[in-house]
Design a protein around this ligand. Sequence first.
Ligand SMILES: [Zn+2]
Ligand SMILES: [Zn+2]
Length: 503
Amino acid sequence: MNYSKNNKLIIKTILLSTILLLIFFLIPELAAARPGGGHSYSGGSNGGGGGDGIAGLVIYLLLSLPPEISIPLIIIIIVFYYLSKRKKSQSNVSVASVPTRQNRSNEFYELQSKIEQLKAADPNFSKMLFLDFVTSAYYKYYSLFSKKEFTNLRPFLSQHIYDNAARIAPNSRTISEIVIGNINIVAVFESSAYMAITVDIDANYTLSMGGRNTRYVLTERWLFNRKKGVLSQGPEKMRDLKCPNCGAASNFSDAGQCDYCDTFIVSGEMQWFVNQINILHQETFSTKGLGHYEQEVGTDYPTIVQPSINNYISRFVSNHQLGDWNSYWASFTDNIASAYFLEIYKAWSDLKWERVRHLISDRLYDSYNFWIAAYKQEGKRNKLENINIQRIDMAAVDVDLYYESFTVRIFASCLDYTETTTGNLVGGSKKNPRVFSEYWTFIRRTGVEKKEEEFSMHNCPNCGAPADKMGQAAVCEYCDTKISNGDFSWVLTRIVQDEEYTG
Ligand SMILES: [Zn+2]
Ligand SMILES: [Zn+2]
């Protein structure tokens, strides 16, 4: 009895290994999982995780298969990977797939036009709210992994993703301390029945398994689908995974029935759902790289300007009945873009991140907070002094039913160095200024009419009290109101380096 069960398991393992190895070696693109192709990501230099594709595959197998299958499988794959790598290095073959700037520019125009088509078909679509939905899905998927509450995600996952995760023994693998960095939309496309959006998510988290904790830094590619013709939900249902029918906090049965309204929610009928998860890059987290400086790249690249920017500027001007766009733009760059830039980098240099809590969206705040904690833990700090803003370019304007956003490219120079808390220089220079540029995205709720020049950097934009009691969640203690959604004024939601900006 036991013998035949074991035999079956061995056969299953061998079969699975063969299939996976075939996939892994014969179609290398699949291991890197890049539907759009040509997209590169910059991996850290502090790695310890092994090859990009194989690391992703290993973690995927660990998460999706029972250990008696996944562990022998991983051993086999690693041995083959090692042998194939040795062979490759002997034959001195190298494959470079770094996209040219021309390719990136073509991809950019293609993507922008697909987003415009999506907005035309779904006037309720808001990029900001979609990214909030992605954040919430990512966070819940990993934090509820191998817990019984995972059923609450049923309407937001495809059958195979749900089944894969549900097979994991309860509480055998837990993921915690999830921090999400940037999320980039990399493709928008459609099939006969579904709309699709692919996003790349930069994140890090701690995986606990068998009493061991490992912190990983990852880039994952997630595919979201929704039935064609479905309109986007509003902020309440996009910011959290609420029941797409009644809006109650998600509480679903294994079959996807809402506990509150009794409706069976079929994935994709009313809301986006996750249809594919690929790990593009994964390495163990290390603080060793803090204070390591490399040559600045991309500062001389031309500014990437959204193709339909003039349409959106006109919409913005008419929504706010502005007499003159140029004087508005001057006021925005002075009172918001420049002012935020200086204030936020001052707080960063002083390791006093909480001081700018009310100026920054939740996701951005948490991800930079993670790095500040890492610096503190290493007894280091990164200082930016004598900041001099040289120029601000307009890169993108977006206006939808719920949000307005401005993306600007800020050119600046400053003394940028890292030192220990006792004042020993670790990296950078205290003498030679570093010249750089970054894309900063600011958002605000559509309909907010506060004048930029009346905005005070140090007060709550809702009640006017000092902005000194915002807590971790940016809820002002004086007026008990959440500030970081942009309901009262501009908040910074994204910082992207010029060489990585793709719109
Ligand atoms: Zn419901
Ligand atoms: Zn307040």
